[in-house]
Design a protein around this ligand. Structure first.
Ligand SMILES: NC(=O)C1=CN([C@@H]2O[C@H](COP(=O)(O)OP(=O)(O)OC[C@H]3O[C@@H](n4cnc5c(N)ncnc54)[C@H](O)[C@@H]3O)[C@@H](O)[C@H]2O)C=CC1
Ligand SMILES: O=C1[C@@H](O)[C@H](O)[C@@H](O)[C@H](O)[C@H]1O
Length: 369
């Protein structure tokens, strides 16, 4: 337990939330209303009006500078939900302050800065950085992982992923789609298959007319793993329909798919039957975000992490960097990871993929937003 935490009467983890746009405001509200053992004490955002609004709602102070927010003596731990380009400096500041941090994906926007954080954490000798790969905490992904590890599908041979967003802003170029969206399937593949990705290829086809001129949307990304397995990912961020995330694992003795009918309410009306599809990631992964947060809070109160760590963040960024090169060149691009420092910098002590979050979370006060 961090010393500061021991000294305060409530024992609550006092959190600074950096970046209270869409995701940060969601997490801040979750900390304030749906999470046990934590409270938001500091809010920071480049946009002062957003910071003031969220701070007032959750009963926190506004601190104008992000590094000052991290270093604030009242702050035990930090949740970073600023855009990826701000993460390198802010995560480093958390390590410098010795404070546990839950950082939204991606860890950073380039491999070198991500690896610098791996090395910095290794020098500290204890895991402090947890990544916001929330799908590991989703009940369906956890069940799929369990099915694979129990041998229920036999040797897994292929993974097929679909990742569709209904709409995104125009700054979602192919490069951004890889770094910000496909990064989730990179982590899913590493998590489910328990091995590293060693090569990436990207296929571009006919683009939707909803995409800006010259942007290939959708794309098919193909990953190869260390043992030679193949993973396909359809990334389509302007589908115009809904938020659809599916994953199918094909094994030697069977296959399993998730994401087919979450939240399905079958309706019959106007002579047709059907269900609803989740409109966005908060509706689809609400339980996963909250479970992730609750487990991080519990771990941070012990001064550690409970989930994907800095190595997982680095490996995903390295794969995405190869993916960006693959988009540019049309070639298959190898991924060569730098050495993994010891002692382990992940909560699981292994490849970073053994973590199996529980499907139920007894400490969670409410699991749906
Ligand atoms: N795990 C998931 O499913 C999701 C993760 N994300 C991740 O969350 C992060 C934030 O994304 P969104 O909330 O969608 O973005 P957003 O643009 O809605 O919010 C970002 C906020 O950070 C503020 N900001 C920008 N630079 C800053 C800096 N240097 N210091 C302090 N504040 C700064 C902005 O003013 C804005 O309010 C990104 O890393 C994104 O990839 C976003 C959506 C879903
Ligand atoms: O992380 C997320 C966004 O940042 C990203 O832009 C979306 O494509 C993902 O579906 C969502 O989970």
């Amino acid at each position: 337990m961090p010393d500061a935490l021991r000294e305060q009467p409530s024992g609550d983890l006092r959190v600074a939330v950096l970046g209270v746009g869409m995701m940060g405001a969601f997490h801040a509200d979750a900390l304030a209303t749906r999470t046990k053992g934590a409270r938001v004490v500091v809010v920071n955002d480049f946009a002062p009006d957003k910071a003031a609004e969220v701070a007032a709602r959750v009963g926190a102070r506004v601190v104008d500078d992000p590094i000052a927010a991290i270093d604030d003596p009242e702050v035990d731990a930090v949740l970073i939900a600023t855009p990826g380009r701000a993460h390198a400096e802010q995560v480093q500041a958390c390590l410098d302050a010795g404070k546990p941090v839950l950082c939204e994906k991606p860890l950073t926007t380039d491999e070198a800065s991500s690896y610098a954080l791996v090395e910095a954490e290794a020098r500290l000798g204890r895991p402090l950085v947890q990544l916001g790969f929330m799908r590991r905490f989703d009940a369906e992904y956890a069940a799929l992982k369990q099915l694979i590890t129990s041998g229920g599908l036999g040797n897994p041979l292929l993974v097929h992923c679909t990742h569709r967003n209904p709409t995104v802003p125009d700054f979602f170029t192919e490069e951004f789609m890889i770094r910000d969206s496909v990064v989730h399937e990179v982590d899913v593949a590493r998590f489910l298959l328990d091995e590293e990705i060693t090569a990436v290829q990207v296929l571009r086809g006919v683009a939707t007319s909803a995409a800006p001129e010259g942007t290939s949307d959708p794309m098919i990304v193909v990953f190869e793993t260390a043992s030679g397995r193949l993973v396909t990912d359809e990334i389509y961020v302007r589908s115009g329909v809904a938020y659809e995330v599916r994953t199918e694992v094909v094994g030697e003795s069977g296959s399993a798919m998730i994401g087919l009918d979450q939240n399905l309410v079958r309706t019959s009306t106007d002579g047709r039957w059907g269900g609803t599809i989740t409109p966005g990631f908060v509706e689809r992964f609400g339980q996963a975000y909250d479970t992730e947060l609750q487990r991080w809070v519990a771990a941070a109160r012990r001064g550690t992490i409970d989930g994907p760590g800095v190595w997982d963040g680095y490996a995903a960024v390295a794969v995405c960097e190869a993916g960006v090169q693959a988009v540019r060149t049309g070639e298959k691009v190898p991924v060569v990871l730098k050495p993994r420092p010891r002692p382990s910098t992940s909560s699981d002590g292994g490849s970073g993929n053994d973590h199996e979050p529980g499907i139920t979370e007894p400490d969670l006060i409410a699991s749906r937003p």
